[in-house]
Design a protein around this ligand. Sequence first.
Ligand code: UD1
Length: 436
Amino acid sequence: MAKIIIEGGHRLEGTVRVSGAKNAVLPILAASLLAESGLSQIEDVPDLLDVTHMADTVAALGAYVEKRHGSVRISANTVNSIEPPAQLVRRMRASFVVAGPLLSRFGEAKIALPGGCNIGQRPVDLHIKGFEAMGATTKIENGYVYFRAPRNGLQGARIYLDIPSVGATQNIMMAAALANGQTTIENAAKEPENVDLANYLNKMGARVRGAGTDVIRIDGVSSLSGVSHTVIPDRIEAGTFLIAGAIMGKGVYVDNAVSQHLMSLIAKLEEAGVQIDDEVSGIRVYPALNWRMKGLDLKTHYHPAYPTDLQAVMMAGLATCEGTSAITESVFENRFMHVPELQRMGAQIQLEGRTALIEGVQKLSGTQVRASDLRAGAALVIAGLMAEGETEITGLNHIDRGYDNLVGKFKRLGAKIRRLEIDEEEAEVISERMSS
Ligand code: UD1
């Protein structure tokens, strides 16, 4: 186990480079399973627990996987299993996207029902409905979903998604890549990571059109092969540094951040009085007056609206805003687990259903807090950077899932932050102290 210790109040300055996008690289690794021949070489791969899990999942299915220095090479012509190990799938919800590639390439898949961040009910009914529309039969038994394609393979279909689910759009896109005929996904997710996946599939030989819009059309092809691809930058990591720069910076350059992916965040930061300069290869941020943002109203929604993955981090930033703010979470019903932790640090937040009302305070104060999920963990780091005194954060396994070297990157910007390994005894003492 480990903990992060932050001595708050130190201003951030300099350049930070954003890593490749977690949410793009995960489905791209899964899509590599579709290649019957050739080598896939994926570049700008972030060093994350989730990436390790997905790479292990692909390897466990029989693919050759080599990971080194920000790149992954995969040869999938040796894949010989349609059942990813349940312990890997249960640990990470995103592994469910291996279903589409396995089903379309091998005609069947057996996948454990997934786990992942504890941020509310996260069903997979839309994935299943999509496969069924393409002719697959489904059986759910003992915690597993069994998919079987018709004898002559998956058939192109018109699929309307009730919700523009990111994962369901990816799974259906990948299944349709090798199906017979044309598949249309209506009300598709428009996230940039899905556009990156479509670009990767097209390089492999697929025919995907319309990714990034509401309607995606996929004309099935008979085979795909390995290619090289560089993953897009992580807009959530970029957003995390922009928010940190907005409240604690003296001028922070977020290198490799793509402003077109971050329009809603940039608009909200500007509304709060933050100065944002869109430069050639990144975004520069200067803080609001007195490092206090003006209170904001915002609502999370599907892309291009404000992303749910930057809800917790923005809430930490707004804890010291001038006036009041309201944040409504409309994507996940239970994504406020960071609220009690921020309250422990002195934030004035009241929950009313899916809305958090934040009364800005002058300052937060450091204490012991625990990350309950990935983005909640990042929010606590931001709060710790702002707080007076020392903040200790445990639950780092969540942060490690999705932020590549968060501590090192903040340290280079001038934060007084460090990571310490702790033994089980100390972890228990912390846990008891926090629950008393
Ligand atoms: C992805 C992202 C996650 C982000 C989320 C929303 C990855 C690896 N993860 O997760 O970081 O927070 O998008 O932007 O890319 N839903 C259903 N039925 C389904 C599928 C989803 O009801 O079959 C619901 C979910 O419960 C949720 C909403 O749809 O309320 C959006 O979920 P979805 O877009 O599928 O999120 P993920 O792909 O899991």
